[in-house]
Design a protein. Structure first.
Length: 249
């Protein structure tokens, strides 16, 4: 194996080992969680979701502006090379506002009302417009850690809602425009947009509410994740993209 071949192989090995370690501590995190630990969670446990829902139209207006130039929106794997298994060609695009706590000022400036709402959210880690092309399937996968919880705010949902779905473990979920869906991405999940329309959600990751011990543990864990290539590479690639250095998907 050449040096050039060995480097990506070693990266994959390190990533796989790291994810395995993170998932092993999931039981500990679940014991210290202050909210449910099932696949799909009650949005009522997160009062800020109501604020987002009430401002859906303002967020959609800024999304519409972003979508006028789809060529300016990177595919997920163009920012995060570790997502190449689940992100192909131009089928899944992301317009990022936050990446593991790092604010993307260029994009926030372009969508000031969305940015204002995001800036006010407690313990936000990631936020972006997640844009899924017609007839694209994101294959089954799992998130790395229970330290964070995921939320989708439906912004553009295909008319044939029954053909556009998210499966989390054994639960099939359908988005509704203007409504939040909260779930634990450490459970196996997949997405299928089997329609002729584009699906867009505001994709959020935020810290899981924990007791004192769990909160200290998760904060330390997130600091380690932020220092890894898993986070540093997307930030570097996003900065390059916004500067006009755009690789082909």
């Amino acid at each position: 194996m050449s040096t050039s071949d060995a480097q990506p192989y070693l990266r994959k090995l390190i990533m796989k080992s790291g994810k395995r370690t993170l998932r092993k501590v999931g039981d500990f995190q679940a014991r210290h969680s202050l909210v449910g630990t099932g696949p799909v969670l009650d949005k009522a446990d997160f009062p800020w979701t109501q604020t987002l829902e009430e401002h859906t139209e303002q967020i959609k207006a800024e999304l519409d502006d972003v979508l006028t130039h789809p060529e300016d929106i990177p595919a997920f794997h163009q920012l995060s090379p570790d997502q190449q298994r689940i992100s192909r060609e131009n089928h899944w695009k992301t317009f990022a506002f936050y990446v593991f706590g790092h604010r993307v000022d260029d994009n926030c400036t372009r969508c000031p009302e969305t940015a204002r709402l995001l800036d006010a959210l407690p313990d936000l880690q990631n936020a972006w417009f997640s844009i899924l092309a017609p007839h694209y399937h994101i294959p089954p996968h799992k998130g790395p850690t229970k330290a964070i919880i995921r939320c989708h705010l439906g912004l553009k949902v295909p008319t044939e809602r029954d053909k556009c779905w998210l499966r989390v473990q054994d639960q099939i979920c359908h988005w509704r425009e203007g409504e939040c869906l909260v779930f634990d991405d450490t459970y196996e999940h997949e997405v299928f947009n089997n329609t002729d329309e584009t699906r867009v959600v505001l994709f959020l990751d935020f810290d899981r509410p924990m007791d004192g011990v769990g909160r200290l543990f998760n904060r330390a864990l997130v600091r380690v994740i932020r220092a890894s290539a898993y986070v540093k590479d997307p930030l570097k690639n996003l900065a390059a993209w916004n500067a006009g250095q755009r690789p082909q998907p």
